[in-house]
Design a protein around this ligand. Structure first.
Ligand code: ADP
Ligand code: ZN
Ligand code: ZN
Length: 745
């Protein structure tokens, strides 16, 4: 009989989990020892008995077998919260490919010493009316931050200190000044014996419509019946999905359960968080990227101790160790940011389904434009599907105009704005209404090339073209390399070295030319480099500090701008020109979400979609806000070519210091899969080839793809390849796995 070995970590609350120790599993314990189980093991020189967790089982010893000690006993305490977290780490490692340590680090919070957080509240000292008066006074003195707090306090008797600091971007001294002026009072949470509620909890709670009630009840009923399941809520932007999540979470809390609420980082706005604080008071906690590791650890400990009921946050909030998890909600489930970009490259949606099934919890997915993955499973009956097609109240869906840019050119219009868009922008400006202009820049480089010989200016370290900036510098967006734009072509000496101008900066300039006096805010990777600048720009726009907001895809997410009546998409099809099977889906999502930004207030909105491909199905169905129509065409294409979600795909990326070494390893790895898995029907191996970006920061990149209908077959292929790489002891090379990739390598 073959021996088996258990990888054990001794102390998971240690400052860093970076060591596992191998133990032999005695025959009588073979059954009982599994990932997640607690074991007693002899440790160190004195062989003192310690408790540890099993994180993996293997058949290969890492040391000479006679030197490996044996597991003494299995702890009878059963599965703890930690056991479950380790099971999740093990699942991540086996499903997505990573080291045990990387998987554990994803799941377990890093403990860091830090002084306990003082929870504080800000209370209003004046009446609502007086507070507004004070706010207006501050505005007059150009004290914007003070005004922002006071306006927010108009309707709230009290607000969490952290919400004001982080989401309204108000500094501590400003709050202290307001306290001195007698407008506000800052109090420590500990002063209160009972949990404090923000405002009156029932104050402005809409009464749910029958459809919302039906969905909430269906999800809770399935949970009570012991069949929690996965539920997909397909609802247009503003149809009241968040109210549904709140209702489901409230029902779960009523049953003594906890909830994880995933929201893309970019949509964790003041308004959204306020809704959760209002409903659940200080039983809510938020994890986001602005928290330090110590603060995160603190939040997680509170969750484990049962001090909170709801954890809100991006991807990583998924691993909150609640003792009685009832539901995981994944809002905007189609968002790319739910896929981890580092190993293990897990998808939060799939991982949520796994965690929920380990805990007996429900999963609720929500989106206006569901991912093909989620909708495909819903159509197959694996997920339950609910539709929300209307916006509550009298907020109407916008009117959409699709403009053929080729026609505009024929009529002699060479500007960035079609005649229709120009007319509507002018109209909006004259009425004091706001406009959003969206430049779809994905897959587009502001490259410069020689008009005489065609030479393209490229980064010497990366295989990508350099982008021209207004400063006259050429910049590489992958490694940060910069050089001054040469006056002559380095290849032929021609002076006609010109940029292809269509960046956000150029849009801003064009607006100033066409509409002198318009106030413009610009949001793109350059203007949002600083932490929080994203939300600063958005709140400035929401406060009416500009008439027009220009930006890339980041402006179409999440935010509510009641003042916006016009959304213009300048070149809808730029994202279609990518060598990427998800291009059609992304374009549809971006256009639909962009259109959803218009007319969320009382006034109806208008949307102008400018495109060179008005007949493309992504554009046509987005203009009609017709998800089913889009899904039908897109899934037919995926079926035809065998792409996810119909079949599965494993992308393997090899990064090497030496180009030839990368080529060789790629060949060896693909040969190995073809040889060892030749009996697997329908297994396809594509490549190896140079990756779509062949070089980044002087490291060479090669990739290949394996496709099959059964995900587990790809997991087997990954296991064989990992084994091969271990034996081969790679030097100067790394191999990364990506299942069902969002971007091709
Ligand atoms: P979504 O999450 O689908 O974008 P929200 O839940 O944010 O939609 O709802 C959009 C707006 O409609 C919010 O201001 C919300 O308070 C309001 N709303 C939601 N449900 C109702 C309802 N049943 N009656 C009236 N207003 C509602
Ligand atoms: Zn040239
Ligand atoms: Zn570079």
């Amino acid at each position: 009989m073959t021996e088996r070995y258990a990888d054990v970590i001794i102390d998971i609350s240690h400052e860093k989990v970076d060591r596992v120790f191998q133990y032999r599993i005695p025959a009588e314990l073979l059954e009982a020892v599994k990932p997640g189980v607690q074991v007693r093991v002899p440790f160190g020189n004195g062989n003192q008995e310690r408790t540890g967790y099993v994180v993996d089982i293997s058949v290969e010893p890492d040391y000479p077998p006679e030197k490996i000690k044996a597991v003494s006993a299995v702890d009878e305490k059963g599965m703890t919260v930690e056991s479950r977290q380790i099971q999740i780490a093990y699942w991540l490692k086996s499903q997505y490919g990573s080291t045990t340590i990387a998987a554990l680090k994803t799941v377990l919070p890093v403990k860091q010493k830090q002084k306990p957080l003082e929870k504080k509240k800000v209370l209003r000292c004046l009446s609502g009316e007086e507070t507004v008066r004070a706010a207006i006074e501050c505005e007059g003195k150009r004290q914007r931050a003070k005004a922002r707090v006071l306006f927010a306090m108009q309707t709230e008797e009290e607000l969490p200190y952290e919400l004001i600091r982080q989401k309204l971007h108000v500094a501590a001294p400003t709050l202290q000044a307001l306290e001195k002026q007698g407008y506000l009072r800052i109090e420590k949470e500990a002063c209160y014996r009972n949990p404090v509620r923000v405002s009156d909890r029932n104050e402005n709670r809409p009464s749910l419509n029958p459809n919302q009630k039906r969905i909430i009840e269906a999800v809770l009923a399935d949970y009570r019946a012991g069949t929690p399941g996965v539920h997909l809520v397909h609802g247009v932007t503003g149809s009241g999905k968040t109210e549904v999540y709140l209702g489901i979470i409230e029902g779960m809390i009523g049953m003594g359960k906890q909830a994880i609420m995933l929201i893309p980082e970019i949509a964790l706005t003041y308004q959204t968080l306020l809704r959760f604080y209002k409903r659940f008071g200080d039983r809510v906690s938020v994890i986001n990227s602005t928290l330090s590791a110590g603060e995160k650890y603190d939040q997680i400990e509170r969750a484990k101790a049962g001090e909170i009921d709801v954890m809100i946050g991006p991807r990583s909030a998924l691993f909150t160790p609640f003792p009685n998890l009832g539901v995981i909600v994944v809002d905007e489930e189609h968002e790319n940011s739910y896929k981890s970009e580092t190993s293990p490259r897990y998808h939060a949606r799939e991982t949520a389904v796994e965690i929920a099934s380990l805990c007996g919890a429900s999963v609720v997915l929500g989106s206006a434009t569901p991912s093909l993955e989620a909708y495909y499973r819903a159509v197959k009956g694996e997920y339950k599907l609910y539709e929300m097609k209307e916006r509550p109240g009298n907020s109407m869906l916008p009117r959409v105009h699709t403009i053929d840019l080729r026609e505009e050119l024929k009529r002699g219009n060479r500007s960035m704005f079609s005649r229709k868009l120009k007319e509507l922008m002018q109209n909006g400006l004259s009425k004091g209404e706001q406009t959003i202009l969206f430049l779809n820049r994905r897959g587009y480089a502001g490259f410069i090339s020689c008009r005489s010989c065609g030479h393209v200016m490229k980064c010497p370290h990366c295989d990508v073209s350099l982008s021209e900036h207004r400063s006259g510098m050429l910049i590489c967006h992958y490694c940060g390399y910069q050089e001054r734009k040469p006056s002559k072509c380095p290849s032929c000496g021609s002076p006609y070295l010109l940029g292809f101008k269509a960046g956000t900066e150029q849009v801003e300039e064009a607006i100033y030319r066409e509409f002198p006096g318009a106030r413009v805010l610009r949001m793109d990777a350059d203007t949002t480099r600083r932490k929080d600048s994203y939300e600063r720009i958005l709140s400035a726009f929401a406060d009416g500090e500009a008439d027009i907001l220009v930006g890339t895809q980041m402006i179409v997410k999440g935010h509510d701008f009641p003042g916006v009546t016009l959304v213009g998409v300048l070149a809808a099809d730029l994202s279609l020109n990518r060598n990427d099977y998800r291009a059609g889906e992304r374009t549809f999502q971006l256009l639909t979400q962009a259109a959803g930004r218009a007319g969320r207030g009382e006034r109806p909105g208008e949307v102008v979609i400018q495109t060179y491909q008005p007949e493309h199905y992504s554009v046509v169905h987005a203009a009609e806000q017709d998800y089913e129509g889009f899904y039908g065409e897109e899934i037919a294409y995926r079926e035809l070519v065998g792409y996810p979600p119909v079949e599965h795909m494993l992308a393997v990326l090899i990064v090497s210091h030496v180009q030839e070494a990368g080529e060789r390893l790629g060949k060896e790895m693909t040969d190995l899969v073809k040889r060892e898995m030749k009996d697997v029907a329908q297994l396809r191996v594509i490549g190896p080839a140079e990756a779509s970006i062949g070089k980044i920061s002087d490291l060479y990149r090669h990739s290949f793809y394996i496709r099959h209908g059964d995900y587990q077959v790809l997991v087997q292929a990954k296991d064989r390849l990992e084994h091969y790489c271990r034996e081969r002891e790679l030097k100067g090379q790394t191999v990364q796995f990506d299942f069902d990739p969002m971007n091709t390598f």
